[in-house]
Write a protein that binds this ligand. Structure first.
Ligand code: F0G
Length: 427
């Protein structure tokens, strides 16, 4: 702990980062987004600021431009990441689907679906984990842990075991979709089911990590968010390739607001290198379920901080979160980019899940929140008809088979002969 910067503009789109001579290793350092304290990145394990407990961000004074990227997947963007290589299962390079019918129905000029469910374990968490688990290896830790609504636990279990490390996951009992528990289980994580919600699980795992029992790989870990920046880089490159322009808006589901923070971070980096003009930065637009919408409440009330909701409920269990820990990074991201946040009902989420399914895109409920939110904002006139929009769908349909079956058509029993089947078909 040495150099301290003036933090007043640290989370603005136009701040230039100054490398702190004493704490930067190879031009990379950790900086507190609240007080500006800086730390060497790989010497001591820390997740938050020693001085004020604020959130940390990984910073570099050698930021890349688009020309520096080559190859495919998350590690195409190695120049933008704190390590040159990771523990990889070929994550990233997910499809940016065209959805002409949905685009016309929602009523925007362009709608593309960035389907993060097409990652190795079926969610965007893989992008963060390939980096986070590599950092864990660099730090020499051998037991990794997370609290999870499911997807983080699946990714941690897969990447941890690929990296040869022990994994521990704390899940809210009875509130995690079946596919996710199955993944954590088969990849060999020790699964602890907590009699409490996700936020309680995170409190406990943070406590375990601070006692040195485990290495924490929730999105509080700033290295994980570095990997998740690559979603933004892929969307920007995709729009540039197909339209020669940037998207006006990125709409995404919000739980802990890690993705929102990661996208905002990469936009700030691109503004610093001159790759993206401030006025071209896509408007970050967060969507929560009505029963778990503390970020929306903070945006609507123009509040400086988010109020923790102790009671949360939604069918979209992945985002059943009442205390979005990355809010101090994400609130400025939504505001500075001219975005907004909106809450949607569980019914609207299921309807959007069906809309996407009609286009052949299978997503879990939380993912469909982005499309439900876009529809609502378009209907309200907050999103204009001439906008080019990317919606993020964060997890695959098979993550939550029960929700998919409930939203879809029911199987029909038929006799075991052709005549009987024809009779049912004609009925
Ligand atoms: N969508 C899905 C499918 C998720 O699993 C999550 C978070 C989010 C959206 C929200 O992302 O936290 O970056 O705002 N899932 C975490 C987990 C909490 O444990 O799997 P965020």
């Amino acid at each position: 702990m040495t150099d301290s910067h003036d933090p007043s503009h640290t989370l603005s789109l136009t701040a230039d980062w100054e490398s702190p001579a004493e704490t930067a290793a190879d031009g990379t350092w950790l900086e507190c987004v609240a007080c500006g304290e800086t730390f060497a990145p790989f010497e001591t394990i820390r997740y938050t600021c020693d001085a004020c407990d604020g959130l940390l961000e990984v910073r570099s004074d050698d930021l890349p431009t688009f020309d520096d990227f080559s190859g495919t997947g998350v590690w195409r963007y190695a120049e933008s990441l704190p390590l040159d290589s990771g523990v990889t299962i070929q994550e990233g390079n997910t499809p940016l689907y065209r959805v002409p019918r949905l685009e016309a129905d929602v009523g925007v000029e362009t709608l593309r679906i960035k389907h993060e469910g097409m990652n190795p374990t079926g969610s965007f968490k893989d992008r963060g984990m390939t980096v986070g688990v590599a950092v864990a290896r660099e730090l020499g830790v051998d037991r990794l842990a997370c609290a999870s609504t499911g997807n983080t636990s699946a990714a941690l279990a897969a990447y941890g075991s690929r990296g040869g490390m022990e994994t521990l996951v704390l899940l809210p009992a009875g509130k995690v979709a079946a596919g996710k528990v199955a993944q954590a289980s088969l990849h060999g994580a020790r699964i602890l089911e907590v009699d409490g919600n996700f936020d309680r699980c995170l409190d406990i795992v943070q406590e375990l990590a601070s006692r040195g029992e485990t290495y924490l790989l929730n999105s509080l870990n700033p290295f994980r968010l570095e990997g998740q920046k690559t979603i933004g880089l892929e969307i920007l490159e995709g729009f540039q390739a197909d339209y020669g322009t940037w998207p006006d808006r990125i709409v995404l589901p919000v739980g802990n607001a890690g993705n929102t923070a990661a996208l905002y971070k990469v936009f700030r980096e691109l503004v610093q290198t001159g790759e993206l003009a401030v006025e071209d930065v896509p408007k970050l637009t967060g969507v929560q379920a009505e029963g778990a919408a503390p970020m929306v409440e903070a945006i609507e009330n123009d509040a400086d901080a988010v109020r923790r909701w102790d009671e949360v409920e939604t069918r979209a269990t992945a985002i059943r979160i009442g205390n979005p820990v990355n809010a101090p990074k994400a609130l400025p991201g939504i505001r500075e980019t001219g975005g907004t946040a909106v809450a949607v009902s569980d019914e609207a989420i299921t309807a959007a899940q069906r809309d996407l399914a009609e286009e052949g895109i299978g997503v879990e409920p939380a993912s469909a929140a982005s499309v439900a939110g876009l529809r609502k904002l378009r209907a309200q006139g907050v999103v204009a008809a001439d906008e080019r929009v990317a919606c993020l769908t964060t997890g695959h349909l098979l993550k939550d088979p029960d929700a998919a079956a409930a939203a879809g058509r029911d199987p029909e029993p038929v006799p075991a002969d052709t005549a009987g089947v024809l009779e049912v078909l004609e009925s």
